[in-house]
Design a protein around this ligand. Structure first.
Ligand code: NAD
Ligand code: TYD
Length: 335
């Protein structure tokens, strides 16, 4: 395959690039990334000289560039997005710009270049929030996004489906639960808490910490995406989950225990506005149709993830100091 990956310098995209280059040495990858605060080329340092990999610094909003790149590929895997709920509460405009308008530009270029196969990465947050005992989300759950982030992802999902129905663009969509693992930007719960604890800084639990998320190791997400890209049914949506529902307090205590720290490190802070209570996923469809299910248990995955952050201190210290944004200049010249 010749794959255009958008947002490949972010958390899941960089894990996916590593996965594809390991599994399919004959595939070629173009990684189009704008290097926002969340993009970090240090995530890809080990493969930057791989002849089957090329980085292009650019914005998915650049229609001319996107159109050019589309000519050289047969498949798009679209990760690029503004991805943090808290940021979308403070400033929603960038979310609509990248997640909605940016997706539209990619769809249009895919259509205009011979209907390039298009896989769209989305989130379970488009389905809204569940009560404690409600059945988990599945592919038929009505959309009910609550945050500007999830509303923008929902819009992009609708556009992707519209291009399938209107233009017969060969699309698939995946809606995945919360990921954790290596290279996650330390604004998200797991790396934020681990790194704070390494530095003996308190960890901010929003409200009472009773909110529930379903956690999936990023390597399992990458395998699921790959299955869908290669074997999925065109026009279909697949829900991906980890079978690992946990309250935020459970996650907090697991991390505290694993790091040998006590409850005095917890700081209950003001709750997130409109904080969704619970996300949970029924992934029977991808399990039955594509034989995918998670390989990594939460207990294994979190232990390995904590070790990864402990062993990669330079990676996250560079993020904290802002030095990671200089990496592009050193490697590729001025932005
Ligand atoms: P991330 O924030 O770590 O990375 C996003 C990447 O996109 C960055 O490299 C950034 O530079 C790039 N980018 C942003 N705007 C761009 C633009 N206009 N043009 C080109 N590149 C741009 O995000 P992530 O956590 O890796 O998430 C990737 C995708 O997976 C997103 O679409 C997100 O909605 C989805 N998702 C994430 C999770 C999760 O738990 N992290 C769960 C389900 C779905
Ligand atoms: P997050 O990693 O931001 O993912 P999402 O909101 O997309 O699910 O947050 C996961 C959960 O952790 C969510 O319920 C909010 C909560 N949270 C905290 O309690 N404290 C924090 O500092 C952060 C970043 C999140």
């Amino acid at each position: 395959m010749r794959i255009l990956i958008t947002g490949g310098a972010g958390f899941i995209g960089s894990n996916y690039i590593h996965y594809i280059l390991e599994q399919y040495p004959k595939d070629t990858i173009i990684n189009l990334d704008a290097l926002t605060y969340a993009g970090n080329l240090e995530n890809l340092k080990d493969i930057e000289d791989n002849p089957n990999y090329k980085f292009v610094h650019g914005d998915i909003m650049d229609g001319v560039l996107v159109n050019e790149l589309m000519k050289d590929v047969d498949t798009v895997v679209h990760f690029a997005a503004e991805s943090h709920v808290d940021r979308s509460i403070l400033d929603s405009a960038a979310f609509v710009r990248t997640n909605v308008n940016g997706t539209l530009i990619l769809l249009e270029a895919a259509k205009n270049n011979g209907n390039v196969r298009f896989h769209h990465i989305s989130t379970d947050e488009v389905y809204g929030s569940l009560d404690k005992d409600a059945p988990p989300f599945n592919e038929t759950t009505p959309y009910d996004p609550h945050s500007p982030y999830s509303a923008s992802k929902a819009s992009s999902d609708h556009l992707v489906r519209a291009y399938f129905h209107t233009h017969r663009l060969p699309v698939t969509i995946s809606n995945c639960s919360n990921n954790y693992g290596p290279y996650q930007f330390p604004e998200k719960l797991v790396p934020l808490f681990v790194l704070n604890l390494i530095d003996d800084v308190k960890i901010p639990v929003y409200g009472t910490g009773e909110n529930i998320r379903d956690w999936l190791h990023v390597s399992d997400h990458c395998k699921a995406i790959d299955k869908i890209v290669r074997e999925g049914t065109i026009g279909e949506t697949y829900c991906i989950g980890g079978d690992a529902e946990k309250t935020n307090m459970e996650i907090t205590n697991i991390i505290l225990n694993a790091m040998g720290k006590g409850e005095e490190m917890i700081e209950h802070v003001e709750d997130r506005k409109g904080h969704d209570k619970r996300y949970a996923i029924n992934f029977d469809k991808i399990k039955n149709e594509l034989s995918w299910e998670p390989d990594v248990t939460f207990e294994e995955g979190i232990t390995e993830t904590i070790e990864w952050y402990k062993n990669n201190e330079k990676w996250w210290r560079n993020i904290k100091s802002g030095e990671y944004q200089e990496y592009y200049n050193k490697q590729y010249g001025n932005k």
